[in-house]
Ligand binder design. Structure first.
Ligand code: BMA
Length: 329
């Protein structure tokens, strides 16, 4: 049903014409007649030799990363032409980096949701861009919040987003849920509502969060989410060495007029790490979708970061995805 693309990974460090170590968690959309991609690049000072030293056991800790966002375009959504230099990097005394971009095209304009690490917590932001080389930040949340995704149209007259505030301390254990918010102007956000709680996902025991921006179908808003299963007794390893979490992709259907209502959900993960590029990398066993494109043919392209190391693509027919979304009760 869901097929991993035979050319996976569709983007990786060796495709990047500047210093790159880990290429993953990209946002993808169709914009002005082509596919556009913003990808995350975590890179070391000496992108190749630092890794070789670390993996050969010569360094105790992994080398420190800087993060930038890169831009790529494609005619077919499979092979990518990468712009010659990174397109967005923020690093100040307060801001450490922007990362995990998601692209939404709304009324013909391109918006980017992103996470921003700061010295005072993780903030979720929304920016507008004309050309993917300059970004006007429209809003930034209070810490801690991230994984925002913007819907591709207004709902009930307002902009609508999904988001993932961080843990709720009163629940006795660290658990993270998926929320929504609305805005009249993309700057001021309110009407926050719980959309999906981690305990309502049969294959999650730790946290969930929005993944790729939703696509509209006659039956509802179809959207992926990331879902985390943590087992502290098992060291999943990876180059990061002390990793205990598996990241799967979940799938759900939200009500067209009131997307705070989950009207369908796949009871099993849509994608769980199976291939070598999903199972082995900086963090083993990670699938993290950030882009979903619905083609006129009904094919859905799902782009996802794999093992926090490369970018991959899987496809399915929209009717098959909808059939997976059975009643959430
Ligand atoms: C999440 C985010 C993602 C990352 C994932 C797996 O919390 O930091 O950027 O892909 O963990 O490491």
């Amino acid at each position: 049903m869901l097929k991993r693309h035979p050319l996976n990974p569709v983007l990786q460090a060796s495709n990047i014409p500047y210093g790159a170590s880990l290429i993953f968690n990209a946002g993808v959309a169709k914009y002005q007649g082509r596919y556009v991609m913003l990808f995350r690049n975590d890179y070391c000072k000496h992108p190749e030799s630092d890794w070789q030293d670390y993996r050969a056991g010569k360094l105790d800790r992994h080398p420190p990363f800087e993060t930038s966002l890169g831009f790529a375009t494609s005619a077919d959504g499979i092979s990518w032409e990468v712009a010659p230099a990174p397109c967005w990097k923020m690093r100040t005394d307060e801001i450490l980096r922007v990362y995990d971009p998601r692209i939404t095209i709304l009324d013909g304009a391109a918006y980017v949701c992103f996470a921003m690490d700061t010295r005072h917590g993780v903030r979720g932001g929304i920016a507008k861009t004309e050309d993917f080389s300059s970004f006007e930040i429209l809003s930034l949340s209070t810490p801690d919040n991230r994984n925002m995704v913007l819907f591709p149209e207004k709902i009930g007259g307002n902009f609508f987003r999904l988001e993932r505030p961080f843990t709720v301390y009163s629940r006795g254990t660290d658990r993270f849920d998926l929320w929504s918010g609305t805005s009249p102007d993309l700057r001021y956000w309110g009407d926050h509502a719980l959309v999906l709680a981690v305990e309502n996902v049969p294959f999650a025991n730790d946290k969930i969060g929005p993944a790729a921006p939703p696509i509209k179908t006659p039956k509802g808003w179809l959207t992926t989410f990331h879902s985390v299963y943590r087992d502290n007794t098992v060291n999943l390893g990876g180059w990061e060495r002390t990793w205990h979490k598996r990241y799967d992709a979940g799938l759900m259907l939200l009500d067209l007029n009131d997307p705070t209502k989950v009207i369908g959900m796949s009871k099993t993960p849509l994608l769980t790490p199976e291939t070598p590029y999903e199972k082995v990398g900086f963090r083993n066993d990670v699938i993290f979708p950030g882009g979903m494109v619905l083609e006129d043919s009904g094919e859905v392209k799902i782009y996802y970061g794999a093992a926090d190391t490369v970018e991959a693509l899987a496809t399915a027919h929209v009717d098959d995805l909808l059939a997976l979304c059975t009643s959430p009760k």
